[in-house]
Design a protein around this ligand. Structure first.
Ligand code: SAM
Length: 263
């Protein structure tokens, strides 16, 4: 599901073989590597997590990629890009307006930014159901009431479109899609562990210290919730809502100056 989602963003952006690309929130760099292998243009990877950038450097060893440890809101890059590729990262922006103003500054006129990210406040009903179990189970309820959701979601494609418009970019493609497939409860748990757990079980998003056994108990409760969500055939209908958006920076691409006629 995750790979299909990034592939769709890749197809929508249709990066030209010579375009310069910024991979924003590059994580461990698997997609940066794909971009590097594709285009002959400049490639940058940006991520605020030093550990992610270290992995991304290893993934792109000896290849010409510039990596920068920074977040979208404050990155200070002077280079301009044809494309900003932003897969599964937009939901983490703490200040989306500031991040988008910064992104717009880094695009050449006519350049484009594409995002693929979970969307809507019910972005994954299965994970929300599990979080309700954390909120009601007597073992976690008190601590979980001090959890603050770290992600940014908007509820409609129009809302996402307006956000980009107000930061100098014109949406060319903007849709929220719902993807749903039957999975085993174990598969759902592994999807949770590889992404959402970085939010729900992260001490940084609680306003109190976590007891030493909190994470273990919370994982048990989440696992039981996924098992309880299974139908008679033992499958859980795992559902995600995702925004796909490609927006273009306002303004024409500069027409290259023709050489001055010889005097
Ligand atoms: C789910 S990972 C996606 C990684 C990669 N784009 C991919 O699709 O494989 C999200 C990444 O966003 C990064 N991130 C979090 N907050 C960010 C911010 N404000 N600006 C840029 N990246 C951010 C995280 O460090 C993490 O590596």
């Amino acid at each position: 599901m995750q790979q299909d989602a990034s592939k769709k963003l890749w197809d929508l952006l249709a990066i030209d073989k010579s375009e310069s690309v910024l991979d924003l929130g590059c994580g461990p760099g698997h997609l940066t590597r794909k971009i590097r292998d594709w285009t002959s243009g400049t490639v940058f990877g940006v991520d605020p997590a030093e550990g992610m950038i270290a992995k991304a450097r290893r993934n792109c060893q000896r290849l010409p990629v510039t990596f920068v440890v920074a977040d979208a809101e404050t990155m200070e890059i002077t280079q301009q890009f044809d494309v900003i590729f932003c897969n599964s990262t937009f939901q983490w922006f703490v200040d989306p307006n500031r991040a988008l103003t910064n992104c717009c500054r880094l695009l050449r006129p006519g350049g484009r930014m594409g995002i693929q990210a979970p969307a809507r406040s019910d972005y994954c009903p299965n994970f929300i159901e599990a979080s309700k179990a954390l909120a009601s189970d007597p073992r976690t309820a008190e601590i979980f009431s001090q959890f603050k959701l770290p992600w940014f979601f908007l509820d409609t494609a129009e809302d996402y479109g307006r956000l980009f418009e107000s930061n100098g970019m014109v949406p060319r493609y903007c849709q929220i899609e719902t993807i749903s497939e039957p999975c085993s409860p174990e598969k759902v748990l592994s999807m949770f562990s590889s992404g959402a757990a970085n939010g729900y079980l992260n001490p940084a998003y609680y306003s109190v210290d976590l007891p030493s056994d909190y994470e273990e108990v919370a994982r048990e409760i989440v696992k039981a919730s996924f098992q309880a969500q299974a139908d008679v055939s033992g499958r859980v209908q795992l559902t995600f809502h995702r925004i796909y958006l490609v927006a273009e920076k306002k303004g024409e691409a500069p027409v290259p100056k023709s050489p001055s006629p010889a005097m």
